[in-house]
Design a protein around this ligand. Structure first.
Ligand code: AMP
Length: 182
């Protein structure tokens, strides 16, 4: 087995689709990474590495790719998993937060009993761009009394400044690969 670096492996496994979902966007498609057993394992191992052996109560994943990664991360850390979903999808009572998208507002929510105040939580999604999505998810978790110990993403688009928005909430950000531009 060649000993390529984790970042090299992951970059080779991520597919870029130009002009999806609209012109000018370079969509970083991680389904190819998820379908590659070695890359998927390396990504999950690398995401959790700073917390291996430390106590994490819950992993919160952002719909939908954050569910796939977050579930694997939770399993690896022997933590529970909490889904953060678009509004209207969860069956029990929820807490909700509005956040702005490029055009207009959207809302995300989680079950009101999903987190107990004081629990240590790691937030997971596939990619951080402007940080608006992860910022809303972090605020929602913090409003529930969670101690958000980190926000983890496979891909960073650093030119869009998302990392700073999360760090401004007192939460360290972990990313594995970066692409310039958007
Ligand atoms: P943002 O709120 O701007 O940080 O956007 C992050 C969310 O949008 C994540 O859930 C990503 O999956 C998705 N996203 C944004 N930009 C891209 C992109 N270039 N490629 C793939 N997914 C993206």
């Amino acid at each position: 087995m060649t000993d390529t670096s984790v970042a090299e492996d992951l970059l080779a496994a991520i597919r870029t689709i130009p002009d999806y979902p609209k012109e000018g966007i370079l969509f970083r498609d991680i389904t190819t990474l998820l379908g590659d057993a070695r890359a998927f394992r390396r990504a999950v191992d690398a995401l959790v590495q700073p917390w291996a052996g430390s106590k994490v109560d819950k992993v919160a994943g952002i719909e939908a790719r954050g569910f796939i990664l977050g579930g694997a991360v939770a399993h690896q850390l022997s933590a529970g998993f909490v889904p953060i979903r678009k509004k209207g999808k969860l069956p029990y009572e929820t807490v909700r937060i509005a956040y702005s998208l490029e055009y207009g507002l959207d809302e995300m929510e989680m079950h009101k009993d999903a987190i107990v105040a004081g629990e240590k939580v790691i937030l997971v999604d596939d990619l951080i761009a402007t940080g608006g999505t992860a910022e809303a998810a972090t605020k929602l978790l913090q409003q529930m009394g969670a101690e958000v110990v980190a926000a983890c993403f496979i891909v960073d688009l650093p030119d869009l400044g998302g990392r700073k928005r999360i760090e401004a909430l007192g939460v360290p950000v972990r990313t594995l690969v970066a692409y310039p531009g958007h």
